[in-house]
Structure formats: C-alpha cells, structure tokens
Design a protein around this ligand. Structure first.
Ligand code: GAL
Length: 381
C-alpha cells in the first residue's frame, strides 16, 4: 500500500520562529518513557529535531475540517515545532477508510496520532494498534475509544442545550411554542458528540415541547437529513411543524430545502437550529432561512491540539496558555485529561460580534450578490 495515496505530507519547517510556548516545550534530546499494560515503550522526541504527526479528520460533508481544522492545526504545529512533519488524511465519512489511513500513517512511522474518529467505538482498534507501537493518540473533537492519551473538544452537552434553548426562545418569540410539534434531526449515530448534543437538547426540551418525529442522520449527510425531513413532513403535515432541531448546519440545509420543497415560503419557515457557523449557515441566518447556529471557535481547538500533540511526543506537560486541563471519563470509565471549550449561539443579532469580529468571515465573504439585500448586509456594506 502506498501511504502517499492516503496522506499528503508536508514539513512544517520554514519561516516560523519557535517562540513563547514552544520554548517551554524544548527538550534536549531523545529519551524514553515506559507506559503500562501492553503498550510499547515510548520514545520521546524533541522540538529541536522535530517528529512526525498524523492528523486524521472524519468527513467532507462538514465544511469546518478542510476550511479551518486542518489549516489551523497545520499553522500552529509549524509555529510550535518548525522541524515537525505533518501527514494529513480525511476519511470522507468512511470507517474503513479511516482505519486504512491510520494504519498507513503508523506504517509510515508517525510519532503521534491526532484522531477525529468517524466511529468512536470502531476507532478502538486504531487506538490499540497505535499504543502497541508506542504511539500516543490525541482524540480531536470526538472522544475515540480504546484509551486515548488526551482529548480536546467543546462542551458538547452544552452545545445541545444551547441549540434547544435557542429553539424554544425562537418559538416563544414567534408565539408558536404550544401550537404544534418539533422535529429532531440528530447527528451521526457513530459520533459520540452527536449523542451529547442530543442528550443536552433532550434535557432542555423535556416537558417543554412536543417532539413529533426524531431521527439520527447517518454520516451527518445533508441528503439523508433532507429525505428524513420529507418523511416527517408527510407524517406530521407541514403546518404542524413549529420548529426543527437540526444538529449541525449541513443537516439544517437538508431540513430547510425539504421545507421549501413542501411549499413553505422563507418568511413562513419554522425556526431551524444548526451548528458549526459554516459560511452557508451564516448566509441562511442573515437571509432568515435558518434561525441559529452554534459557533465553536476552531482556532483555539486546533491550537490546543497542536500543543497537546507536541507535549505527547516530547513527554512534557502541554503549554495551554489560558486553557485548563480537566479530567473526563471515556466510554470505558477511564480518566482522560481534556480541554473542553465553550460554544456560542449565533443568530442574525450577533453575526457581526462573533464570526465577523473573530475574523472567521469577512463582510465581503458573507454578503455575496445573493445576500446583498439582507438587512445585515445593507447595514454592514
Ligand atoms: C461533530 C462535530 C461537529 C460537526 C459534526 C459533523 O463531531 O463536533 O462540529 O462537524 O461532527 O462533522
């Protein structure tokens, strides 16, 4: 098997100064650190000499991975470890593909794996394989099973609560709260985050709203969400639906096009939630098609991940700046050191104060011709 088919390699070297946090991570040479159980002895590496990092991301349906996670991680790793080499792969929603990609990276001799698992429980095999080869694993965004070394994500239970609280607020504002039913369109059943979003949302909805239909969305696919929403419209009747909990912006896009195809005018759409602050999601929000999204600041998530990857490879404590390590439990009840970041709700009211002021999107990127007439763009341009 040719590893290059699955990974694009680049050396992170060039132009970047190893300053600040990176200096604290410098170690003078290679040593070794013995871990418990059947794990192989781990070699420790140095920032001065560099080492090889493998980054595995899960899907292409969701814009964040190629647009933000990958470049932000790459940038920060180059900053912290100019001599490091990075291999990258995106599994495009396939469990088998991700296993193949991870195996290829291990065969290629990566020194640390940063894994955003397509399927958390299936990834236990990859995690075990890495450990048996003495390669530490950092769970990125989704908590892979099998005993990872560290984890960085958002407070995913809170994401679901924020989505549900916003949906209730929108229905109250529209005066439709008690009038009909909501549809819940959750995320992928193999993604542990989707279960946390769903759990957080259910906690808020309990006793507050009537859930008419509820689905998981295989592979977070907008097309699946669209088909499932068509089914919900047929089963409930479009006029009965007073709100839709959509777990992310891709799912929201499928939901909204099903509602539009059923003849619902833009200004008659029920409030629909989302997540990821995708550009298309932000544009639907300013156009009044989607009610909200959850903005998760991916730059700090990727920066923390790069600092953790460097720490795991060098056998040092991670330098996290303003972020604190906490302890969480994985699916097997093992303690994992983690950083969990805070999600933020974005509606038409605060697009400017969130994704624009954080430099995620410029006004020009948001206000393309199709959106130039929106109130947001009229005021901003
Ligand atoms: C989740 C992630 C979300 C979204 C989704 C689909 O695990 O936290 O931000 O991207 O997967 O990829």
């Amino acid at each position: 098997m040719n590893t290059r088919r699955f990974t694009s390699r680049r050396t992170a070297a060039g132009g970047f100064a190893a300053v600040g946090a990176a200096l604290a991570l410098l170690v003078s040479g290679c040593g070794s650190l013995t871990t418990s159980g059947e794990d192989a002895e781990r070699e420790t590496h140095s920032v001065e000499e560099g080492f090889h990092v493998g980054l595995l991301l899960p899907d292409l349906h969701t814009a964040r991975y190629e647009a933000f996670d990958r470049p932000f991680f790459e940038e920060e790793l180059a900053e912290l470890c100019p001599e490091c080499e990075l291999s990258y792969a995106n599994a495009d929603g396939s469990v088998d593909e991700q296993q193949t990609q991870a195996q290829a990276m291990l065969t290629d001799g990566v020194d640390v794996l940063v894994l955003d698992a397509v399927d958390a429980s299936a990834s236990a095999g990859t995690v075990n394989e890495a450990r048996s080869q003495g390669v530490p694993v950092l769970a990125y965004d989704r908590l892979a099973e099998g005993g990872v070394d560290m984890y960085v994500s958002f407070d995913n239970h809170r994401v679901g609560q924020v989505q549900a609280e916003s949906l209730i607020a929108a229905m109250e504002e529209a005066g439709t709260a008690g009038d009909g039913k909501i549809v819940m369109m959750n995320g992928s059943p193999t993604d542990p985050n989707a279960a946390s979003f769903k759990g957080g949302a259910h906690e808020i909805f309990e006793g507050q709203v009537d859930i008419g239909q509820e689905f998981d969305t295989p592979d977070w696919s907008p097309e699946e969400a669209n088909a499932q929403m068509e089914g919900a419209i047929t089963a409930l009747g479009v006029d009965e639906i007073v709100g839709v909990y959509a777990a992310n912006d891709g799912v929201a896009s499928g939901v909204i096009s099903a509602l539009r195809s059923a003849g619902v005018a833009v200004d008659e759409l029920p409030p629909v939630t989302g997540q990821d602050a995708e550009l298309a999601g932000i544009q639907r929000i300013i156009a009044g098609e989607q009610y909200m999204t959850v903005y998760k600041a991916i730059r700090p998530e990727a920066q923390v991940a790069a600092a953790m990857a460097v720490a795991l490879a060098t056998g040092q404590e991670p330098e996290l700046g303003e972020y604190q390590l906490s302890e969480i439990e994985d699916a097997a009840g093992e303690t994992v050191q983690a950083v969990l970041l805070e999600p933020i709700a974005v509606t038409a009211e605060n697009v400017g104060d969130t994704v624009v002021s954080d430099g995620i999107y410029s006004i020009e990127e948001i206000c393309t011709d199709d959106y130039a007439d929106t109130e947001f763009c009229q005021e901003a341009l």
